[in-house]
Structure formats: C-alpha cells, structure tokens
Design a protein around this ligand. Structure first.
Ligand code: NAD
Ligand code: FE2
Length: 381
C-alpha cells in the first residue's frame, strides 16, 4: 500500500511569523475573518497580538471565544452559528489545541452541514468538502494542531473525547511564531512540551511509521530534548526550538498515528479535565516500558536523540536509557510521576474501556487489551 503524506500548503516559522498574516489574507482574497480564541488568551492579550495586525491592515473580523480547554460539541455547534451569522469566509484560529480544534470542527461543519451533530465526525468521517479556510496561529508548543489532520472534541454527555481524523480540516497556512508562546506559564510550557515529546515518541514507534515519518520524529525528539528545559525558563532559544520541535512532530504523527499513551490520556481529559499534556507526560514512561518488546532497535535512536551515548549498550540497557531520559526530562520540568491525585479507582473500568475504544489505540506497536490497559493505569496509582 502507498504511504500518504499531508502537510500545510504554507507555513511560516520563527519570531515575527505573525506579521505575514495580513499579506496572506490579502493574497487569498479573504473578506471577513472569524477569530477563534479562548477567553484566557483574550484576557491576557495574546489574541490581540494578531487582531492588532488585522486592525492596522484594515481587515474585518469578529471574535468567537466560547471555547473551553478540552472543547465540547457545544463549543463547536455555537461556533458554526456564529460563523454563519457573521458571514465570515475564513477562520483565524489563535490558541492551543483547544482553540485550533474547535476551529477545525466549525470549519468542517460549515462546509459539510450533514455532520452538524458533531458525533458523526468521530474517527474517519466521509466529509465531501474541505473546511472553511483556516489560518492557524499556535500559542502553545504542543499539539501541532496547526499541521495535523486531527481534532479532538469532548462529548460531555458521554464523558468521552472524540478523535476526529479528516484531511479536510487541515489549516491552509500555519504561523508558528515563538513570540505567541512566550506568555505561557512554566507549568503549561512543560505540559504542552511533554505532549509534543509524546507525539514524537509514539509517532516514531507507531505501527504505520516509515522512513519519512521517522525522519520528522527523530528530529522532533532531538529538538524537544534540547529545548524544553530552556522554554520552561522562557529563553528565546528554548521557545524557538520548541515551536519548531512540536511542529515537526506534528508533521510526522499526523500522517502515521500515535498509540496508547494518547488513548489512556484522552479519557482523563474527558472525565477529570486533566490537561492533555500532563496526562500524556505521566503515562509516557510506563507505556514505553510496556511497548519496549515491540520496538526493535528504535529505543536506541530515541536514547541517542535525547543525548545519551549508547555505545556498547545492550538492548535492555539502551531501552532503559531511553525511558530514563524521558523520566529525567519530565522530572526536570516539574511533571508529577503518578496519577494518584487524578484517577479515582471506581472509574478504572470506564477509563480502560474508553482508552481501548480510542482512535489512537490501533496505532500502538504492541497488541493490547482492556485488561492490560487497566493494569497500566493501576501501576500509576
Ligand atoms: N489536533 C491535534 O492533533 C491534537 C493533538 C494533541 C492534542 N489535542 C487536543 O488539544 C487540546 C489541548 O491543547 P493545548 O495543550 O494546546 O492547550 P489548550 O488549548 O487547552 O490551552 C490550555 C490553557 O492554556 C492557555 N494558553 C494557551 N496559550 C497560552 C499562552 N501563550 N499564554 C498563556 N496562556 C495560554 C489557554 O488559554 C488555556 O486556558 C486537548 O483537547 C487535546 O486533546 C489535539
Ligand atoms: Fe497530544
């Protein structure tokens, strides 16, 4: 079978990337934007960095901010109405995964109204039309939603996160500007950065990985291992390295899939509103140990990309070295080591079943089961 690869049509990288927005808008002949951005970003003036540019250029827009972290079906449906009421012909998504994913859901339904219930979009949906054009401006260095064909929406009634996979949702232009990320507090920088590392590691060992995705993932691991500590300290090099590292991870995993770290993290976001990156970071080393037998020599590459000299190491030693390097990074940036303060034991069956049903699970390199996933959760309590 042929391997498919999908990336943004255009992307801008580096400090000042957002200054290209008005030029792109004018060149594409767009008339009126709906800016999708969550309430905190508006409050802290992050969204304003972009809307100031629109104002200066005389470009018309409305703002939609009914978006919560781990966004819901309702956030998307209200957004569709807001977009259509405003008669906006494109979307500027400014934010982390939550704002960008909401924008994707809105844009998909605007152009494919038969999916207005949102639930029918879970998994791979048979949409006919590309979404309303989206220009994406990430403000976290984590999800890479600006370059992925995925979006994640929470079904609050069923306490489930729905992973939606659809090439029609891909933003046409991404503006990956580290200056948009510099206002992130330490904890958020750490959590979102560990989400990016999880994408790179799960993407590197996922069932569908191949030479081209490997190339992106190994570079992403190297950049994230080198720059996450600096980003947490808010150094310009750290921010720049993480902006790039998380994007490159997205170029890879969007095209090949992930694994059960994400499958196990999603129910925690749905049930307890656990920040996505925190959930992934806590689970990652445990699942790396579980998956090790199904990864051939790949942990050697991961250990080396994380700065470990693996010369002379046995397979057991380099596998342990890769896992230890991940644990050390996680600890250095202040991530908790277990799920004790998050998971309630009475929820374990629901969490394990939900993780097994998650769209990322089939990508896991090792065959798994509801019972084994439950054991993995239990080992973290
Ligand atoms: N589409 C994908 O491919 C993909 C991949 C992974 C995760 N996700 C989803 O993305 C969501 C998580 O996104 P996220 O981790 O980027 O966080 P987020 O978008 O949920 O934002 C978390 C909080 O951080 C704040 N914030 C964001 N940027 C900031 C900045 N620069 N300064 C100050 N505060 C800032 C936000 O206002 C919000 O309160 C989850 O729903 C997750 O499931 C999507
Ligand atoms: Fe993620």
């Amino acid at each position: 079978m042929a391997n498919r690869f999908i990336l943004n049509e255009t992307s801008y990288h580096g400090s000042g990337a957002i200054n290209e927005i008005p030029t792109e808008v004018k060149a594409r002949g767009f008339q009126k934007a709906m800016v999708c951005s969550d309430p905190d970003l508006i409050k802290f003036g992050v969204t304003k960095k972009v809307t100031d540019l629109l104002d200066e250029a005389g470009l018309e827009y409305v703002i939609y901010s009914d978006i919560k972290a781990n966004p819901t079906i309702e956030n998307v449906q209200k957004g569709v109405k807001a977009l259509q009421d405003a008669k906006a012909d494109y979307i500027i998504a400014i934010g982390g995964g939550s704002s960008m994913d909401t924008a994707k859901g809105i844009g998909i339904i605007d152009r494919n109204p038969e999916f207005a219930d949102v639930r029918s979009l879970e998994g791979v949906a048979d949409t006919k039309n590309p979404c309303t054009p989206i220009l994406a401006v990430p403000t976290t260095a984590g999800t890479a939603a600006e370059v992925t064909i995925n979006y994640v929406i929470t079904d609050a009634q069923k306490d489930r996160k729905m992973v939606c996979v659809d090439p029609h949702d891909l933003p046409i232009v991404a503006f990956v500007d580290p200056d948009m990320m510099s206002s992130m507090p330490k904890g958020l920088t750490a959590a979102t950065g560990m989400d990016a590392l999880t994408h790179a590691i799960e993407g590197y060992i996922t069932a569908g990985a191949w030479e081209m995705s490997d190339m992106f993932h190994i570079k992403a691991i190297e950049l994230i291992a080198k720059h996450l500590r600096g980003a947490v300290e808010n150094t310009p090099e750290g921010r720049e390295g993480m902006a790039l590292g998380q994007y490159i991870a997205g170029m890879g995993f969007s095209n090949v899939g992930l694994g059960i770290v994400h499958s196990m993290a999603h129910p925690l976001g749905a049930l307890y509103d656990t920040p996505h990156g925190v959930a992934n970071a806590i689970i990652l080393p445990t699942v790396m140990e579980y998956n090790a037998p199904a990864t051939g020599t790949k942990y050697k590459d991961i250990a080396e990309a994380m700065g470990v000299d693996t010369t002379g190491m046995s397979q057991e030693e380099y596998r342990k070295a890769a896992i230890d390097a991940v644990k050390k990074l996680s600890q250095d940036v202040g991530i908790p080591t277990d799920l004790k303060d998050i998971v309630k034991t009475e929820d374990l069956d629901f969490l394990s079943e939900s993780a097994y049903a998650d769209a990322c699970r089939p990508g896991n390199p090792r065959e798994t089961s509801v019972a084994e996933i439950k054991e993995l959760y239990q080992s973290l309590l």
